[in-house]
Design a protein. Structure first.
Length: 277
């Protein structure tokens, strides 16, 4: 396996960090979009599993995350995430022009991947969503939500805690402890991020029928971070013939970091391999 890393200039001049894990023989390329507050390094074990099957793995740190530039947890438009991903994909395809490319997105990264597949997904070999943020229950007072929308207009960069409880990312205590002590993990979101996030969820449900690439929707059954029903709602709106929905019952949010993580990882790899030329 050959690890690589580097940076590229994203939307608005923000420096975006990326890393890759390459097998000696490459059958296809996978691009991973990580979740809110985390970073690409948390997917190294997933990359290793992909590499074992001759699948190259590329992953970026979204703006405002990990080793990328930008204010922590802040965006002005959700399209900034998508435009960064588009630049990254085109660079990867430039290196491997004849290789199938699969897009894998977890949580917020799943929402980014779904939105991207709608607007810029032509030519992808497949889309894989892992506990994507397709339905989120916002348990906040109405006044706080109203203030969030107001701040999004007049103070878009003001940040606050995302309110997520890391104890529910996995049943594995070591995973939770490492997450809590990871210096590249943060819990910040801005007022503008919040309103753009909500708009993106509405968009992907409304336009899911425009996705034209094979899609695998995987959802943790005991997810406390996103509402598991969102996966079914999104799946039911897909019109692409080659689409599948898989729930992992009893799993917390991060299925790739759960006690039985090998099950969803292997399931995903088998799904990808069946769609290779």
């Amino acid at each position: 396996m050959k690890p690589e890393s580097g940076t590229f200039t994203g939307c608005g001049g923000i420096e975006i960090y990326w890393q890759a894990w390459l097998p000696d023989t490459i059958r296809a390329v996978c691009i991973i979009a990580h979740g809110l507050g985390e970073h690409s390094g948390r997917y190294e074990h997933v990359a290793h599993a992909l590499v074992e099957h001759d699948l190259a793995c590329f992953a970026l740190d979204h703006r405002g995350h990990g080793q990328s530039g930008g204010k922590r947890g802040h965006i002005l438009s959700f399209e900034e995430f998508e435009n960064d991903l588009e630049t990254f994909r085109r660079q990867v395809e430039g290196r491997f022009p004849d290789m199938p490319v699969f897009l894998i997105g977890h949580s917020m990264g799943g929402l980014i991947a779904a939105s991207y597949a709608i607007t810029k997904g032509q030519g992808l070999a497949g889309l894989v969503l892992s506990s994507a943020a397709l339905r989120v229950d916002v348990d906040e007072p109405a006044i706080k939500l109203a203030l969030g929308k107001l701040f999004s207009k007049i103070l878009p960069g003001v940040t606050m805690s995302n309110g997520l409880d890391p104890d529910y990312i996995s049943h594995e205590p070591d995973v939770v402890e490492k997450y809590k002590n990871d210096p590249l993990v943060h819990d910040r979101v801005s007022a503008r991020w919040f309103t753009e996030f909500q708009k993106a969820i509405e968009k992907v449900h409304e336009l899911a029928h425009e996705i034209c690439v094979p899609a695998l929707i995987m959802q943790s059954g005991d997810d406390k971070m996103v509402n598991p029903s969102g996966a079914r709602e999104f799946y039911d709106r897909l019109t692409v013939e080659d689409s599948s929905l898989q729930y992992w019952e009893g799993f917390y949010h991060e299925m790739f970091n759960e006690t039985d993580k090998q099950k969803p990882i292997s399931f995903m790899i088998e799904w990808i391999e069946k769609r290779l030329p």
